[in-house]
Write a protein that binds this ligand. Structure first.
Ligand code: ATP
Ligand code: MG
Length: 395
């Protein structure tokens, strides 16, 4: 019995003249990812991508491939199916063999047929009916339930072959990574920024990341946590180049020379400025942060204006309109939540003012900033840069 995967893509199908370049990106990404698992043939046909093992594979290898496919942006649904010739008896025999165990353990089922090859002599309805009859005569404890079946037997008759599976699983959706430029994600150890990076990657943006630490105020565990978060996001978004920058001197200078109420805003303007420089040097077209409207004092509309004004490149904040609960739901789906809630301090929380300005005026912030040698401090921070490449969990 030969098992393969059928991957359906969503939005790419609407891309008209550009469609083939999106498809090519997706196929390239799949080849790269699956290359770590084994040899696969990846074939575009009739609006799906067929992924077929090109060598003997264990079911564990196929499990890993299945999981990778469901984490590849650009694919909306994946079915794991068995393949046979386009002959009704062969199809019926395959359904009993491939789904036998599932059907044995169920009480109800339903057959759904899709006939993409219109030359096949039976209609979809006829295939469903006859196949249902065969299954009932083989497993006589079963009943048909068309509304809420425990097992959905899906039969697809396509140009190349016939396929049997038990329905499809949701894919990651979105657009193939790399189809929409590059973004530099400001990645902290919190819940929000990994979600923000994932959302941009979902829309086809290749992610690079920067993490600001302030050793010894922040720990090595805090750094390891961020690397782990980058690895989790990379499981979806592909490998991530992570820049690590020390803000220790900047934080100490701010604490020494500036008014406490402005500490966080000043620090955030340093982060934005240094990030813009890294973005330009790494060919990134935008910055990405995990800010959400009104979540904390530095995320009011006035505070965001102050941070934004530090840079000239676009800043995307995909979590801006989400409630914490909604961000948490995403974080759980992505797999980052449990790591994000590990209790290690962030460089921002070390120097948190007691009374942060919630409606800061830009001129006052700039006046505070002028108490420091801003450009020189940015240069010195950039000189501490370390870069590591983080690959996805399953690569
Ligand atoms: P998160 O959950 O992502 O940490 P947050 O709600 O705690 O976000 P802040 O700490 O105010 O928010 O930070 C806002 C955004 O600034 C973060 O989402 C992240 O994009 C960026 N950021 C904050 N701290 C750091 C850091 N140490 N390194 C890199 N980026 C950071
Ligand atoms: Mg944070």
């Amino acid at each position: 019995m030969r098992e393969i995967f059928l991957c359906k893509y969503g939005e790419i199908a609407l891309k008209g003249a550009n469609r083939s370049s999106f498809e090519a990106l997706l196929v390239r990404e799949l080849k790269f990812r699956l290359g770590h698992v084994g040899r696969f043939n990846i074939i575009k046909s009739q609006s799906v991508i067929r992924v077929e093992p090109a060598e003997e594979m264990t079911s564990e290898q196929l499990d890993v491939a299945y999981s990778l496919l469901r984490k590849t942006f650009g694919i909306v649904a994946v079915s794991r199916v068995a393949q046979t010739e386009k002959d009704f008896d062969a199809i019926a025999a395959l359904a009993v063999e491939y789904l036998g165990e599932k059907l044995e353990g169920a009480r109800t089922f339903k057959v759904e047929t899709k006939r993409a090859d219109k030359r096949f002599p039976m209609t979809s309805d006829a295939v469903s009916r006859e196949l249902g009859g065969k299954i009932l005569s083989r497993f006589n404890h079963l009943k048909v339930d068309v509304h809420n079946p425990q097992v959905l037997v899906k039969c697809e008759i396509r140009d190349d072959a016939a396929y049997i599976g038990a329905g499809q699983e949701q894919g990651a959706g979105g657009m193939p990574v790399g189809s929409n430029g590059r973004g530099l994600l400001l990645l902290s150890g919190g819940i929000d920024s990994p979600v923000a990076g994932w959302m941009m990657a979902k829309r086809g943006v290749k992610i690079e990341a920067v993490y600001y630490e302030a050793f010894p105020y922040t720990s090595i565990e805090a750094r390891e946590k961020v690397i782990e978060l980058a690895r989790i996001v990379a499981g979806w978004a592909g490998s991530i180049r992570l820049h690590i920058i020390s803000l220790t001197e900047i934080e100490e200078e701010i604490a020494k020379r500036c008014t406490e109420d402005y500490f966080t805003l000043l620090l955030r303007r340093f982060m934005m400025t240094i990030s813009e420089k890294i973005a330009i040097d790494s060919n990134c077209n935008a910055l990405v942060t995990g800010e959400s409207m009104g979540q904390v004092a530095s995320q009011t509309i006035q505070a965001l204006h102050v941070t934004n004004s530090a840079v000239n490149i676009p800043v995307f904040r995909p979590c801006i309109g989400l409630d914490k609960e909604e961000i948490v739901t995403y974080a759980r789906r992505i797999g980052s939540f449990e790591t994000s809630i590990l209790p290690f301090e962030d460089c921002c929380t070390v120097f948190t003012p007691r009374h942060p300005k919630t409606k800061p005026e830009l001129e006052k912030v700039i006046a505070e900033e002028q108490k420091l040698d801003f450009a020189a401090l940015c240069e010195k921070a950039l000189a501490t840069e370390e870069i590591i490449t983080v690959r996805g969990i399953e690569d």
